[in-house]
Design a protein around this ligand. Structure first.
Ligand SMILES: NC(=O)c1ccc[n+]([C@@H]2O[C@H](COP(=O)([O-])OP(=O)(O)OC[C@H]3O[C@@H](n4cnc5c(N)ncnc54)[C@H](O)[C@@H]3O)[C@@H](O)[C@H]2O)c1
Length: 425
């Protein structure tokens, strides 16, 4: 079912946009053709590996252009869309796709090291953006992505799709309405590193003919090609990703932030320990246990499955607990999760379709459920955890100034140089 925004009239749109302007800062300029039907929004898809194909299926009625630096992945996606009756243009370089004036929005499902550059360039080219989680590779990138969205008045939805699932929303509403009393702790369980490669790595080699490896690397440091560093495996190397901390933290820490009501702020101190397994050839943490202290005094602990932590998000108050994961919602006492949220209580943003919400917001001018600022703040929590365990010491964070306090080495890890000629903003 379409949300009301999908059938908004031009007059309603202008009224809504004027209201949204209080947040977005000015009415948005939206091409006339997007009024009335999400199907008339045209999308370009950048990155067509595992998640890119999943996203493509969600935008079957909008897809008009496809881009991947791997011609094999591109050909597969072209076939998928052709089989569904969509005649898409194919691109090897996303900058050419962004030149297409008829494309309203882009869907970015590249490895993480490309998210910031493609989001900023897309916003500058006037496109709205659905960008996969984790939003950024570094904290500094995330802030530039927010600025690009705001200065260009573009809708940017982060792909942390748990926000559009009723279980997660209801759990957070119960917490925010005090059903477990005063919130004291949050436990967040993330996956262990699942690197499929456990013995000696294959030798570096020449990149396969179908892959433009230089463009795959983009702003990441130059290094010889190795099949176990690209396509899915990028997750296990700092140059391209933050490991399971950012991969799963962008889901479950994101829900913790929602339940705590800290979508526009974050922790003030981060400390913890991690295990690294270089003999398994990956660089990111194998497992970790990280403690975040929030200004409210709430402590969030993030780690892999342990007796006190399960995959998902557990809120612990002085009168009860609520645990939520995909397909799971439990509470103690058990009847907490039977209680309706009354009309006069806090109701959180209600979306049941993450991709549809993005399209609706393009038409309405309203902020999407996982707006770029929210995605940036959740990713920041993940990055701070990685910085703390990589350096092995406590990090003090100022969430208002978005600065690490009194630690130059840690501050340096909140940004990173881009390989020339790539620059950001
Ligand atoms: N929301 C979710 O639940 C979810 C699930 C899985 C993955 N993801 C996210 O999706 C992203 C991609 O993950 P994946 O597992 O699909 O990776 P993948 O390696 O399977 O796919 C990435 C694709 O991007 C392409 N690519 C790389 N650089 C490019 C560029 N400059 N221009 C165009 N294409 C480029 C690659 O060739 C590849 O086809 C990651 O950020 C990941 O965290 C999200």
């Amino acid at each position: 079912m379409k949300s009301p925004a999908a059938t908004v009239s031009r007059r309603q749109f202008l009224q809504t946009a004027a209201v949204a302007g209080a947040v977005i800062s000015a009415p948005m300029i939206v091409p006339a053709r997007v009024f009335g039907a999400n199907e008339r929004i045209l999308t370009g898809h950048i990155g067509l590996g595992g998640q890119g194909n999943s996203n493509l299926r969600k935008f079957t009625n909008q897809a008009a252009a496809l881009c991947d630096v791997d011609s094999g992945h591109l050909a597969r996606a072209m076939k998928t869309t052709a089989d569904r009756g969509r005649d898409c243009a194919a691109f090897a370089d996303y900058r050419k796709l962004l030149e297409r004036k008829d494309i309203d929005a882009v869907v970015i499902s590249t490895p993480d090291h490309w998210h910031a550059k493609t989001v900023v360039d897309a916003c500058d080219a006037g496109k709205h953006v659905y960008c996969e989680k984790p939003l950024s590779l570094t904290i500094a990138e995330g802030r530039k992505m927010v600025e690009a969205a705001r200065s260009n008045k573009r809708i940017v939805q982060t792909g942390s799709q748990q926000r559009s699932s009723s279980n997660f929303r209801y759990a957070c509403e119960l917490v925010r309405n005090g059903r477990i009393g005063k919130l004291q702790e949050v436990h967040v369980g993330i996956a262990r590193t699942n690197h499929p490669f456990k013995t000696s790595p294959p030798p570096d080699s020449t990149p396969p003919a179908e892959l433009d490896y230089d463009l795959w690397l983009g702003p990441a440091p130059e290094r010889p090609y190795n099949e176990k560093r690209v396509h899915y495996n990028f997750r296990f190397f700092w140059d391209y990703s933050g490991g399971q901390m950012t991969n799963w933290g962008a889901h479950h820490i994101d829900i913790a932030q929602w339940g705590m009501g800290t979508d526009d702020s974050g922790p003030i101190a981060v400390e913890g320990t991690a295990k690294f397994h270089p003999q398994m050839w990956h660089e990111v943490t194998e497992s970790c246990r990280i403690r975040y202290t929030y200004p409210s005094g709430v402590v969030m602990t993030v780690g892999q499955q342990q007796p006190d932590i399960s995959m998902g998000t557990k809120f612990i108050g002085d009168k009860g607990t609520i645990f939520v994961d995909r397909g799971k919602l439990t509470s103690d006492p058990g009847d907490i999760i039977q209680q309706p949220i009354a009309d006069d209580e806090i109701h959180l943003y209600n979306s049941s379709d993450h991709h549809g919400n993005f399209l609706d917001c393009i038409a309405s001018g309203e902020l999407p459920i996982c707006d770029v600022e929210i995605g940036h703040r959740s990713a920041t929590c993940c990055h701070l955890g990685n910085i703390a365990v990589r350096l092995g010491r406590k990090i003090t964070w100022d969430p208002a100034a978005e600065k690490i306090q009194g630690d130059e080495e840690a501050s340096a890890l909140s940004d990173r140089p881009y390989r020339q000629p790539w620059t950001l903003g």
